[in-house]
Design a protein. Sequence first.
Length: 421
Amino acid sequence: MKKFICITAILCLLVPLTSMAATQQFQEAAPATVKVSQERLMRIDRMIKQAIDSGWIAGAAGFIARDGKIVYNKAFGLSDIENKKPMEPSTIFRIASQTKAITSTAVMMLFEEGRFLLDDPISKYIPEFKHPRVLETYNAADTTFTTVPANREITIRDLLTHTSGIEYAGIGSDKMRAIYAKAGIPGRFGNDKILLADKMKAMGKAPLLHQPGEKFTYGMNVDVLGYLVEVLSGQSLDAFFQGRIFEPLGMNDTYFYLPESKFGRLAKVSIFDSRNHLASSTDDFVSYPMLKGTYFSGGAGLCSTTKDYGTFLQMMLNKGEYNGKRLLAPRTVELMTTNQLGKIDYGVNGFGLGFEVTSAEGQKKLGVSEGSFSWGGYFATTYWADPKEKLVGLIYIQQSPLTHGEITEKFKALVYQALEN
């Protein structure tokens, strides 16, 4: 009897300790404490430095956490070529399409409140999407086109999985770029003269590239979902993010538009000049984080640091909770990180509700575990989270285009070769 009481007491003590471990804040720790080799991590340093010395990139920041412990948080090279400003772990980057996962999280928070069902038509909440039509013919000479009625309405699930038939206004096909331009739909991320509501209503009147649910087409689906968040919450997307996601998680360096006090921490975007040398971009477009902006692109508008976004990913690894703050239920996280495409062709991996999901076949490429979830951004930022290894990894570069994409692939491979179990 005494033995039973003793075991029960021990189990009672372990329950809160386990709960605390699952919701703790990031802590710096020696790699060996979570079975990561310090010596092998140094191979990452050498790889990034070699890329800088070869003139491939100006600089990069890398971040690795395992089991909630930060074991690698370093920066190399320059964040500003002209002014020789060093890249720092606290440098702020344009994370572009990494915004999608955060918007998808906001959507699923509202799903948990019973505001909608995933297979509801989006027109139930944004009437402009009622009676969608699909592009049938297109005349490049004068950008005229004909359409046919869609077989069905676009659902919220279609938008989360990029299967709606909506394409990109900036990086999509020539014909859809022209059609969107004629409709006044912006192809860039930041703006201080327009509102998300106006442009997403215009999107509702534009033709679809293909029938809803027919195939995966990367596009402005999550911008539409950003407006859905505004409609259902009664807040701007910016205010929802700040109050419901960034503040609870302590993501104090993540914004659509930076406060002026943080302008100096924003990395400049590198490009290759006419001599094929790295230089800072002078395109006005890349200055959008310093606007007093009014357009909140749910698909591409945010800026952040590696640690801030790593915190968001750790919340997902913790099944929706971080530092005692629950944003999502464990079942919802599972739903978001499970392949939702069925028989739709996406390639070797799958796609969930906001994330690419590594398949058993995809695991063979670099060793990233099956079930890991990931994505990246237009300016060469990449992240993934591995539930099996309790691992968060990010490598941020600020370049367009990234001519040596193998850097990010090598980073992933070098993370896994440093694990000791």
